[in-house]
Design a protein around this ligand. Structure first.
Ligand code: ADP
Ligand code: MG
Length: 261
């Protein structure tokens, strides 16, 4: 990074270099926000966009594991800013790069929100078409701080078809409506399970929920991603399906999603 770049970063946050900020959110944990954020970011990149991925899950960062970058640490050329960690050509940052993996972040909301704003604003993002932000669950301090301090372009809501997830997804949409962040659409994750032996599709968590939700809230159902062992395995090994299996039907689904976003 040359002096001019650093000077520019000092004068204005590097987020000025970002055209669109997309938050991947849901009311509930464990529905697949991080999995979706990672594969969506990589799919947007395959569609030709310049993409970054920020892990905003201060209490449970998953992005370093899912990208296989868990042992890397951002450098700071001026003891003030951080260079993003590059993974599969994505520019990324996460609290997970800054703390020991087994350390729990025991922070109250305001501290956690401040930490998030810092890693967002103090990262030397290059010019990006999209910064995808993987959000923590809930509708609390972090969500509010982010939407009130950062020009968020839109939110993508992830849910499973299960009632209990849909109820929380509604809360998520309502919260973003309140702070004037438009909902880009809904992604139904774990939409159906594909039997590995027989190829049979089984609706484990129910059917049609996300579609109904999209209709109720006048937004789009962006796509439906099945529950499949290989999607999980690829993320666990730090090689997300979209890059490790570019020809798989799952990759096609994510690329269709990316197109709609
Ligand atoms: P969240 O970020 O909403 O808490 P994650 O993305 O971490 O959820 O997903 C929770 C777990 O479920 C992860 O271990 C992930 O690998 C797995 N998972 C998520 N979506 C799928 C899917 N479509 N198929 C298989 N496993 C999935
Ligand atoms: Mg997560």
């Amino acid at each position: 990074y040359d002096i001019a770049t650093l000077k520019r970063a000092n004068e204005q946050h590097a987020i000025k270099n970002i055209k669109n900020i997309i938050v991947v959110s849901s009311g509930k944990g464990g529905v697949g926000k991080s999995s979706t954020a990672v594969n969506l970011a990589l799919a947007l990149q395959q569609e030709g966009a310049r993409v970054g991925l920020l892990d905003a899950d201060i209490y449970g960062p998953s992005i370093p594991t899912m990208l296989g970058t868990q042992n890397q640490h951002p450098l700071s050329p001026d003891n003030k800013h951080m260079t993003p960690i590059m993974a599969y050509e994505l520019a990324t940052n996460s609290i997970g790069y800054l703390v020991e993996p087994d350390n729990a972040m025991v922070w109250r909301g305001p501290m956690a929100s401040k930490a998030l704003l810092q890693i967002l604003q103090d990262t030397l993002w290059s010019a990006l078409d999209y910064l995808v932000i993987d959000m923590p669950p809930g509708t609390g301090d972090i969500q509010l701080t982010l939407s009130q301090n950062i020009p968020v372009t839109g939110s993508v809501i992830v849910t499973t078809p299960q009632d209990i997830a849909l109820i929380d997804a509604k809360k998520g949409i309502a919260m973003f409506n309140k702070v004037n962040v438009p909902t880009v659409g809904i992604i139904e994750n774990m939409s159906y399970h594909i039997c590995e032996n027989c190829g049979h599709h089984e609706a484990i968590f129910g059917e049609g929920g996300a579609e109904l939700l999209a209709t109720q809230y006048h937004t789009l159902l962006l796509g439906q991603i099945p529950l499949h062992r290989s999607l999980r395995q690829d993320l666990d090994s730090g090689k997300p399906t979209v890059v490790s299996q570019p020809d798989s039907p799952f990759t096609h689904l994510y690329r269709e999603l990316a197109d709609r976003v």
